[in-house]
Design a protein around this ligand. Structure first.
Ligand code: GLC
Length: 677
C-alpha cells in the first residue's frame, strides 16, 4: 500500500515511473514548515531500526547519525561524513510501526536519524518542493519490493559483467594493457575486463583517444576481444573547451551546455582544464551526448564507466579568479597567521565548492532551474543519456554501464561503483554494509574498488576483500596507490588464482540470483533481519549477509584474523573453499559459533533443502560451459532450485527447474548436471 503526497511544485525526477494517486492525510510523520524548508518527524521507539539510504557511510542500521543527500566528490569516506557521491532517499523504519519513506526531491535532504535527539527521526527538505511516498507492507522485504515496483526494473548487465575486472589509474599506453592481459594469462588467473582510465583520451577529451600512446587503438580492442577481454573506457561529465573539438563545437552550437546567470555556457575546471557541462536534464542534450558513445561502440567497445558526474568541479572561474587576486595582493607582504589562513582557505575551498552549484542553470521543457535545486539528478541523467542511447544504438545488446554519482531512477540505466575508497579494513566492512542498502534503492549492479582505491593495499587485505568481492555483482579491482594492485603483483598468486576461479565457478548461481532480483524486484544482498525478522538476534548482526536465496556469507574484515564468530539463524551447511575443487563441508547448527577461516579460504553457508549450481572456471566467461553444472547443497533427501539465465532476447530470461528427489538429480534437457565432488 503506497501513499503519495505532493508539496508545492516538485521537479519531475522520473525516479517513480508508476502513476500513484495523491493522498491528503499524512500518516506516521508530523510535518513542519519554515519559509525555506519542510521537515517531517517521527518519534522512534527504543527498539526501532532504520534501514536504507543506499550509498552512505556507517552501518546497516542507520540509526544514530545525520545523513545528507548532496552528491559530492569526496575521497575521504570517513565515519563523520554525511554525504557520498549519490543521493538515495529511501528508508524503512522497522519496529513498532514498519513503513517505508521515499523523499523524491533532487535538492538537499537531511535525514537526522536519532542524531540530535536519539529518539527522533527528522527529515529536512531544503527548497520545500517534493513528492513524498509512504509505503506500508507485511515486512521489510515486502515494503522494499513495493518500492522497487514503482521505480522500475533494475539495470541488467551482460553476463560478462560478472567476470573479474582489473583497473588502475595509471595504464598509459597500449603496452600497459597488453602487459596486464599477458600477466593474468601467464599466471592462469581469469580476467574479463581491463579498464581505461582518463589517460587513454587525447587531452582528457571525452570520445577521443590519444593516437601517440595508442597508435593501434582499434587493433588493441580487437586483440583483447579475441582473448575474451573487454576494454572499458571511462567517460567524464566535463567537456573540454577547445576550438575544433567536435563535441565542444556541437554542444556550444546547439546550446547543450549548462548556462551561467548571463546565459553564457558555464565554465568550470576538471581534468582537461576549462570545461562546459552538458545539461543532461534536458532531453535533447541527453540524446546528443548519448549518441557520442557510438564512436567507441563502433570500435567494438561494449562497456563504459561514467565519472565525475556529481558534477565534480575543480574550480569555477569566479572562485579561481578570487584566489589569484588575493594571492597577488598578498605577494611580497609579510603574511601573518590570519592572512596565511585566508590565503590557504581561498585555494583550499576551490574544489567542489557548494556555492559553485548556484552559478549555473538547466533548461528543461522551456523552464530555467538553478543547478543546486536539481543537483542530485546530474549523474543520474548522464547515465540515463548513455542508457537511452544504448537502447537506440544497440537494442539487442546489453552494454556494461555504471556510474559514480546517482539518484534513484538511475538504477534502470546502469549500476554504480562506490567511488574513491581506501585500502583500509574499515572500508572493506563499509563495502559489506553498504550493499544491502544499495539494493533496497534498486542498485543491484554495484561494487566497491576492491583492495581500495587510494593508499597501498597489503596482500592480506586484498585477499580478504576478494573473498567478499567475489559475491558482489560488479567485481573490480581498481586503484591509484603507489603499490601495484594487480593480483599477480603479490606473493601468493596461486591463492588469488583459486579465489578468482571460485568466483567464476559461482557465476551460474550469482547471475541467476541477480536476474531473479532484477525481474522480481527482490534483494540480492539482505541483512539477516530481513529474512528472519522474528529472531531478535539477527537485528544486531551487521557483518553477515544473505546472498540470493540459498546462501549466507560471513566475510572476514579484520586484519590478522584466522577466523570469526558467526550467528546461524537456522541449521546450515558450511562449505569452506580453498579452491573450486578443494573444499570441506559440515552441518552447523543454529546458534553462535566460532569458525576458522584461513587467509586463502572462503566460507559460505547453504540453507537446508537449498543448492547452488556451480560451473567449471575458465580464463573468462567467453570460454565457460554454462550447461554443465556441479551441484552443491544442503539436500537432506530433497532440494530444488530455479535457475535463471539469459533468454533468447535481451529482455527475456530462461527458467530451468533443478529438482533433487531422494538424493538424485532429475535430468534436464540441454544441461548436464552432477553433484560436485
Ligand atoms: C576519479 C574516479 C577514479 C578515477 C579518477 C581518474 O577519482 O573516482 O576512479 O580513477 O577519477 O579518472
Amino acid at each position: 500500500m503506497i501513499k503519495k503526497y505532493r508539496f508545492y511544485s516538485p521537479f519531475q525526477t522520473d525516479a517513480v515511473i508508476k502513476n500513484i494517486e495523491l493522498s491528503s492525510e499524512l500518516v506516521y510523520l508530523q510535518k513542519e514548515e519554515t519559509d525555506t524548508s519542510i521537515s517531517f518527524s517521527y518519534p522512534l521507539d527504543k527498539e526501532d531500526a532504520v534501514y536504507g539510504l543506499g550509498e552512505n557511510v556507517r552501518g546497516i542500521n542507520k540509526r544514530g547519525f545525520t545523513y545528507k543527500s548532496q552528491c559530492v566528490d569526496d575521497t575521504k569516506h570517513l565515519e563523520n561524513k554525511n554525504s557520498l557521491y549519490s543521493a538515495h532517499n529511501f528508508l524503512v523504519v522497522f519496529g513498532k510501526n514498519t513503513f517505508g519513506i521515499f523523499v523524491d526531491c533532487p535538492g538537499i535532504v537531511s535525514f537526522d536519524i536519532g542524531d540530535s535527539d536519539m529518539d527522533m527521526l527528522s527529515i529536512q527538505v531544503e527548497g520545500k518542493d517534493l513528492d513524498l511516498y509512504i509505503i506500508e507492507g507485511n515486512s521489510i522485504s515486502d515494503i522494499v519490493k513495493q518500492f522497487r515496483e514503482i521505480i522500475g526494473q533494475s539495470y541488467i548487465p551482460p553476463k560478462w559483467g560478472f567476470g573479474y575486472q582489473q583497473s588502475r589509474w595509471g595504464y598509459k599506453n597500449s603496452d600497459d594493457f597488453r602487459e596486464v592481459a599477458f600477466q593474468y594469462k601467464k599466471h592462469h588467473i581469469p580476467l574479463e575486463a581491463i579498464y581505461m582510465d582518463i589517460d587513454y583520451m587525447e587531452d582528457y577529451k571525452n570520445f577521443t583517444y590519444d593516437s601517440q600512446k595508442f597508435p593501434d587503438f582499434d587493433k588493441l580492442i580487437l586483440e583483447m576481444k579475441q582473448q575474451g577481454i573487454h576494454l572499458v573506457p571511462i567517460i567524464d561529465a566535463g567537456v573540454k573547451i577547445q576550438d575544433g573539438y567536435s563535441v565542444y563545437e556541437e554542444g556550444k552550437k546547439n546550446n547543450y551546455f549548462c548556462k551561467d546567470i548571463n546565459d553564457n555556457d558555464f565554465v568550470g575546471g576538471v581534468w582537461p582544464g576549462r570545461c562546459h557541462f552538458p545539461d543532461f536534464l534536458n532531453k535533447d542534450t541527453r540524446e546528443w551526448f548519448g549518441n557520442q558513445y557510438k564512436y567507441l561502440l563502433d570500435k567494438g567497445i561494449d562497456g563504459f564507466w561514467n565519472d565525475m558526474n556529481e558534477p565534480s568541479i575543480f574550480y569555477s572561474e569566479k572562485r579561481l579568479g578570487e584566489a589569484f587576486q588575493f594571492a597577488r595582493e598578498m605577494e611580497n607582504q609579510s603574511i601573518d597567521v590570519n592572512t596565511f589562513f585566508r590565503l590557504t582557505k581561498h585555494f583550499g575551498k576551490l574544489s567542489n565548492n557548494k556555492e559553485d552549484y548556484k552559478l549555473f542553470y538547466h533548461h528543461v521543457n522551456g523552464k530555467k532551474y538553478r543547478h543546486d535545486f536539481l543537483h542530485n539528478l546530474y549523474g543520474y541523467n548522464m547515465t540515463r543519456a548513455a542508457g537511452e542511447a544504448f537502447e537506440r544504438l544497440c537494442p539487442d545488446q546489453r552494454i556494461l554501464m555504471f556510474s559514480r554519482s546517482s539518484y534513484i531512477g538511475m538504477h534502470r540505466y546502469g549500476g554504480l561503483w562506490t567511488g574513491d575508497n581506501r585500502s583500509w579494513w574499515s572500508h572493506l566492512l563499509l563495502n559489506i554494509q553498504m550493499m544491502p542498502s544499495l539494493n533496497m534503492c534498486g542498485f543491484l549492479y554495484a561494487g566497491a574498488d576492491i583492495g581500495g582505491y587510494c593508499d597501498n593495499v597489503t596482500e592480506d587485505l586484498l585477499m580478504r576483500w576478494i573473498e567478499f568481492g567475489m559475491f558482489t555483482p560488479l567485481m573490480r579491482n581498481h586503484n591509484c596507490g603507489q603499490r601495484d594492485q594487480e593480483l599477480y603483483q603479490f606473493k601468493n598468486i596461486s591463492d588469488f588464482k583459486h579465489l578468482i576461479e571460485l568466483r567464476y565457478a559461482f557465476i551460474p548461481y550469482l547471475y541467476s540470483e541477480y536476474l531473479k532480483c532484477a525481474y522480481h524486484n527482490d534483494l540480492y544482498f539482505r541483512p539477516l533481519v530481513f529474512d528472519y525478522p522474528d529472531d531478535s538476534i539477527t537485528k544486531e548482526i551487521e557483518d553477515q549477509l544473505m546472498v540470493g536465496e540459498s546462501i549466507m556469507i560471513a566475510p572476514i574484515y579484520k586484519q590478522n584474523a584466522t577466523g570469526r564468530y558467526i550467528y546461524l539463524p537456522e541449521d546450515m551447511m558450511m562449505i569452506t573453499f580453498r579452491a573450486f575443487d578443494d573444499y570441506d563441508q559440515k552441518v552447523i547448527n543454529k546458534g553462535h559459533h566460532y569458525i576458522p577461516v584461513q587467509l586463502n579460504e572462503v566460507v559460505i553457508f547453504i540453507k537446508k533443502h537449498h543448492i547452488i549450481p556451480l560451473c567449471k572456471p575458465a580464463d573468462n566467461t567467453s570460454k565457460m560451459d554454462f550447461h554443465t553444472l556441479y551441484i552443491l547443497g544442503y539436500i537432506e533427501g530433497h532440494a530444488s532450485y530455479t535457475l535463471y539465465d539469459d533468454g533468447k532476447t535481451k529482455d527475456d530470461y530462461q527458467k530451468t527447474e533443478i529438482i533433487i528427489h531422494k538424493n538424485t538429480i532429475q535430468p534436464i534437457d540441454n544441461y548436464h548436471l552432477e553433484f560436485h565432488k
